[in-house]
Design a protein around this ligand. Structure first.
Ligand SMILES: *Cc1c(COP(=O)(O)O)cnc(C)c1O
Length: 426
């Protein structure tokens, strides 16, 4: 079959079924075009995208500024490897570190690679700066975390589906309850070899768990007390998704380009991915100040594609769009409206227990067991009604549209969601 030949949804799904590994269970919709908050399937049906590729497409599908930056750079130079310098990487590093107020950036491609990088930096810092005995460093992580799919990362996951039969696992991790400062202090107090605390400011994959007010700030203070690095995985929560440039900005009133560099919580190591490229290209990064990042020296770590000129051009354009279009502010305002509208509806409906989230990273909790198919069935009905969302963990549906949405579009989506939920009788 020619790649240019038109394909039906049914045939496209059959091809993947036959020739592709079955490592995902997609909603049965085959998309061939996207623009802003919309995507179209191969039959021409239009949908609101309420997943945004797990918050990678915060800037909207095929944003012209980002696409043009990518095309222009692709015509000039795409890859040199880091064996040589290229004329884009330094500019990109300056732009991103100035945006987030860190001394240095280490470029990677995917989120999981950036998490791995942060773990390696933390361990090396533990031995060379904190003075921990060789091979003894430990890093605290949270239960129900999601940090990616590599062997080390799944070693400290507690999701049996992600973990089982992929052992032996990597040592050196201590798991504690999320959103529990006492558990963190206990772990810090009783393990003198702890060198880092890796945390998602909001647990996205676990079902959009927003920690208690003050948790992140308290965790950072404990890390300082015990000389442990606070490592924030903002791969999903970062880049304006939660109504601030970063979720660790907290309620800091400066958004977008007015960022003062004084967030509620300043991580020692910041991990970014997903929307760092607006979904156009795999771009991830680890940021830290010199005292930490300088433990990495030539040969310690790398990636053939990390820091390539296209990634650099795309990353700068994608961050530029976030600032220019005030996407953090928009996510904040629309998120408040979204939760208010759903909170007014929920008491009238037995099907939904609650809505939670921050900015435009939200989820509804379905009043059914984790094993039930209700959330999946609701997503299928939403698809019929022109809105694409996906369950996370059985009975939770995440709602995370591109941040370029207008208020009128958001209200249209709220009415699609409510209308769809009303067709489900309990
Ligand atoms: C998606 C995600 C990752 C992994 O990113 P990939 O690009 O899929 O490797 C890591 N951490 C968090 C919090 C994520 O949401």
């Amino acid at each position: 079959m020619s790649v240019l030949e038109k394909i039906t949804s049914k045939d496209a799904i059959a091809l993947e079924e036959k020739h592709g590994a079955h490592n995902y269970h997609p909603l049965p919709v085959v998309l061939s075009r996207g623009e802003g908050v919309f995507v179209w399937d191969v039959e021409g049906k239009k949908y609101y995208d309420f997943l945004s590729a797990y918050s990678a497409v915060n800037q909207g599908h095929c944003h012209p500024t980002i696409v043009n930056a990518m095309i222009d750079q692709a015509r000039k130079l795409s890859l040199t490897s880091r064996a040589f310098y290229n004329d884009m990487l330094g500019k990109y590093e300056k732009y991103v570190t100035e945006t987030f107020h860190f001394d240095k950036l280490l470029p990677m491609n995917t989120g999981a690679e950036a998490v791995e990088t942060a773990l390696k930096i933390c361990r090396k810092w533990a031995y060379e700066k904190k003075g921990i005995a060789e091979n003894a460093a430990e890093i605290i992580v949270c239960e129900n975390n999601f940090h990616g799919r590599t062997t080390t990362i799944i070693s400290f996951s507690n999701d049996p589906v992600a973990r089982k039969n992929f052992g032996p696992y990597t040592d050196g991790f201590i798991k504690i309850e999320y959103d529990n400062l006492m558990a963190l202090e206990e772990a810090l107090k009783t393990n003198e070899n702890v060198s880092g605390f890796l945390v998602e400011p909001i647990q996205g994959e676990a079902g959009v768990y927003v920690p208690s007010e003050g948790y992140l700030k308290g965790a950072k203070a404990l890390c300082e007390k015990y000389n442990v690095l606070f490592i924030a995985d903002e791969v999903q929560t970062g880049i304006a998704r939660t109504g601030r440039l970063l979720a660790t900005c907290g309620n800091c009133s400066c958004v977008d380009k007015h960022c003062s560099g004084e967030p509620e919580v300043k991580p020692d190591i910041l991990i970014l991915g997903k929307a760092l490229s607006g979904g156009a290209y795999p771009v991830s990064a680890v940021l830290a100040n010199d005292a930490i990042m300088n433990v990495i020296r030539p040969g310690n770590h790398g990636s053939t594609f990390g820091g390539n000129p296209i990634a650099a051009a795309v990353g700068m354009a994608a961050l530029g769009v976030v600032k220019e279009e005030k996407l953090a502010e928009n996510a904040y305002v629309l998120g408040e409206i979204f939760r208010k509208e759903l909170n007014e509806f929920i008491p009238t409906c037995d099907l939904v227990k609650s809505v939670r989230g921050k900015g435009l990273l939200n989820a509804i909790l379905i009043n059914d067991t984790e094993e039930s198919s209700t959330a999946w069935d609701i997503c299928m009905a939403l698809k019929e009604n022109g809105l694409l969302a996906k369950p996370t963990h059985g009975n939770i549906i995440r709602f995370a549209p591109p941040l370029v949405m207008t208020k009128a579009e958001l209200l249209d989506c709220v009415s699609i969601i409510i209308r769809t939920l009303q067709t489900f009788k309990q």
